[in-house]
Design a protein around this ligand. Structure first.
Ligand SMILES: O=C(O)CCC(=O)C(=O)O
Ligand SMILES: [Fe+2]
Length: 322
């Protein structure tokens, strides 16, 4: 079992994040947590696959799923969300404690977590051809979310065919952009396993609407949204199961289709400083992770057994006695 991220590693993560606006940390999860989480999500996935993961083309037509304007949008309700139900153990795990430590080093001691989900990039072979045709080619597509084609009425995770270049502010358009996305692959992301790409040093680029006008080759992406093209490095992240990848709200990234046989599975959590505007509608999704000494004093007073528990004040005037 590997140790807590030590201060040397934390310094590397901080400096690397400042330099590039993205970090890849090897083996964050404990072997036990990785095994348990991966087994649970794979069991869930193959149960759904056996029951028929997607509507047939005829069913989809009847439900009007082909129209971009289709009102058949699918939400993952909190009570059904794997991360808030059968996998809620993860947020109490040693691995989550490590994740929190890394985030505290990047955000500060007043830390909230406000989004927890399982993301599955489905193997192309498991996706009916009528769906593949809608989302191909990836370029110029708004997104690659295929939740609306899922047969099961109860959504527990988020399903993708791919994910074109984007910044994660699109998930939280009403936020003040002060958040990190953290992604923990539970399956390797090598070869054809839903290749993950980032544009290092893109963390300060203004929020760009989708689809992102661009051209790209193996090593560079050129943003073509304005009169002056901007050229950025394009880098594949070859992540292994149990690694951590994190980036702030504006760092560009994309996920290519999964040509492997197994689903590509990730845990995804968003973190922000306490008091940030997260853009959440349902505040029950906001989980306090840690608090500074100042916050704890202001919220609950001194904790020394000898100190009076609670000092009340029945007027709003501050009187200073000398
Ligand atoms: O599937 C992935 O690896 C990343 C998905 C993504 O872009 C996201 O969670 O924001
Ligand atoms: Fe994203």
């Amino acid at each position: 079992m590997s140790e807590q991220p030590n201060s040397y590693l934390i310094d590397d993560i901080k400096n690397g994040m400042l330099r590039e606006g993205v970090q890849h940390v090897s083996s964050l999860l404990t072997a036990e947590d990785l095994h348990r989480a991966r087994t649970e999500v794979l069991d869930f996935y193959y149960r759904e696959l056996d029951a028929g993961l997607f509507f047939t083309a005829d069913e989809a037509k009847k439900l009007d799923l082909f129209s971009a304007m289709s009102s058949h949008s699918r939400r993952v309700e909190r009570s059904n969300n794997l991360m808030h139900s059968s996998m809620a153990w993860f947020s109490k795990s040693e691995s989550f404690e490590r994740l929190s430590k890394v985030m505290q080093s990047l955000v500060g001691p007043d830390l909230d977590m406000f989004l927890a989900r399982v993301i599955v990039t489905v193997p192309l072979d498991h996706i009916p051809s009528y769906i593949r045709e809608i989302y191909d080619p990836m370029k110029n597509k708004l997104h690659g979310s295929i939740n609306k084609f899922l047969r099961n009425e109860i959504l527990r995770a988020f399903f993708f065919i791919h994910n074109p270049w984007h910044q994660d502010w699109v998930d939280m358009p009403s936020s003040d952009l002060r958040f990190f996305t953290t992604l923990i692959p539970l399956t390797d992301r090598l070869n054809g396993q839903a290749p993950l790409y980032v544009m290092p040093c893109s963390a300060a680029i203004e929020p760009l609407p989708l689809p992102i006008p661009h051209s790209e080759n193996d090593v560079e992406v050129t943003l073509e949204d304005g009169p002056v093209p901007r050229v950025l490095e394009k880098r594949r992240i070859n992540a292994k199961a149990g690694d951590l990848i994190c980036w702030p709200a504006r760092t560009f990234h994309k996920v290519e289709p999964n040509t492997a046989e197994e689903p590509a599975i990730n845990l995804r959590f968003n973190f922000s400083p306490a008091g940030a505007r997260t853009g959440l509608n349902d505040m029950s999704n906001l989980v306090p992770i840690s608090r500074s000494i100042l916050s704890r004093l202001v919220e609950s007073g001194p904790t020394d057994p000898g100190s009076p528990q609670y000092v009340s004040c029945d007027h709003l005037e501050l009187k200073v006695a000398r």
